[in-house]
Design a protein around this ligand. Structure first.
Ligand code: SF4
Ligand code: SF4
Length: 366
């Protein structure tokens, strides 16, 4: 297979050129305008950041891409799916308010925010892929309905999968609540009896009669289909997921979900290797970056794109005031931070299922 091209520009700002102008030049050089945007709905998948986290991507970068898509006749919107865990992005209303609070609104970005899997994380499209682990991927409806898919990823560490780049942004990020459950575990929640107050809300809202109540509620896993509604409806956050999937399987499922998202539509991917914090932007805080800011990368191939970013991060000196300064460095910065992860499994599986190529040619843009 021929090497995929990955375009790169650093964060140096010389000759009075702004980083936003550099971003525009980067994506144009990488060929984004080859996509037919005319009258097309364009989903731009981005992480809006948890409240308290300040490492997420600035809205300004999104606006540059939004403006370019509009100039090319497209109808872009910024999007993400609701989370599984407790936080400020767990339902459509909280999520959109978080996006606004973190600066993503029509005035700053030039387009609307749509939470792809709706108010309660149940608005999903079922995409048949017949993968090794995933037969029917559950993708946020608005992302599935879009004609074109663009990924804007903040490239940083991740506690479950080593790092979060394009594949994580697409695969895990575009899964509905049931989709995320399927990736993280065997897909069935449990009730923490120490937190449950026996209000019965989960029982009322389980369409499959899988929950019984006897002072505390209990889920019958022979009836539960893993839809995740009970997680959303519990006012006390007593319904929880076991994040029990083996790391390699989790990585392979993410690859299969990413494949499901992009398989039938034009797609393009941009990674920002900056503020490379050790953990995900889902936390309401962020630690000191582990390496210096590197630059922006763009490609039609999300696998090659992430590979190029990992390689570039691993070439960077570690920042001694970061968590990595305290750890032994094995030449694999993300595994040094998260030794129990194996991101390579995601790449290998992604190549196997035809999502992309690990081999790349890096093209540097001034
Ligand atoms: S995940 Fe869905 S099917 Fe399972 S107990 Fe909760 S609401 Fe019922
Ligand atoms: S909704 Fe939550 S608190 Fe209420 S019975 Fe169900 S698990 Fe318990």
């Amino acid at each position: 297979m021929a090497k995929s091209k990955v375009y790169f520009t650093n964060f140096r700002s010389q000759n009075n050129i702004s980083l936003l102008e550099k971003l525009e030049k980067l994506v144009k050089s990488a060929g984004i305008e080859k996509i037919n945007f005319q009258n097309k709905f364009v989903a731009i998948k981005i992480h809006f950041g948890e409240i308290g986290n300040v490492a997420y991507l600035r809205p300004n970068y999104a606006k540059t891409i939004v403006d370019l898509i509009k100039e090319n006749g497209g109808r872009p919107f910024l999007t993400d799916c609701n989370t599984l865990y407790v936080g400020k992005r767990r339902n459509g209303l909280d999520h959109i308010e978080t996006a606004y609070e973190n600066g993503f609104n029509p005035f700053s970005t030039g387009c609307h925010v749509i939470i792809a899997d709706g108010l309660k994380g149940t608005d999903e499209a079922i995409i048949p892929i017949n993968g090794k682990h995933v037969k029917m991927a559950k993708i946020g409806r608005a992302i599935s309905d879009a004609d074109v898919f663009i990924s804007l990823s903040h490239f940083k560490g991740h506690e479950f999968v080593g790092f979060g780049g394009a594949l994580k942004n697409i695969g895990m990020g575009c899964g509905s609540r049931a989709g995320k459950m399927e990736m993280h575990s065997s897909g069935q929640p449990f009730v923490a009896h120490s937190v449950c107050v026996g209000c019965g809300k989960c029982v009322e809202n389980c369409r499959f009669g899988a929950i019984s109540l006897d002072e505390k509620s209990t889920i019958d896993h022979t009836k539960c289909v893993g839809c995740g509604r009970c997680i959303r409806f519990c006012p006390n956050n007593a319904v929880m997921m076991v994040m029990d999937e083996a790391n390699d399987i989790l990585n392979e499922k993410i690859a299969e979900y990413a494949y499901a998202v992009v398989k039938d539509k034009p797609h393009f991917h941009i990674n920002f290797v900056m503020d490379v914090s050790p953990c995900c932007d889902c936390y309401p805080y962020n630690d000191v970056p582990i390496v210096p800011d590197v630059g922006m990368f763009a490609s039609f191939d999300p696998v090659a794109l992430d590979m190029a970013c990992v390689d570039m991060v691993n070439k960077q000196p570690i920042l001694q005031n970061s968590i990595l300064g305290e750890n032994t460095c094995m030449g694999n910065h993300f595994m040094s931070v998260h030794p129990d992860t194996n991101w390579q499994a995601c790449f290998e599986h992604a190549v196997k299922i035809g999502l992309g190529n690990q081999e790349y040619e890096l093209v540097e843009i001034e």
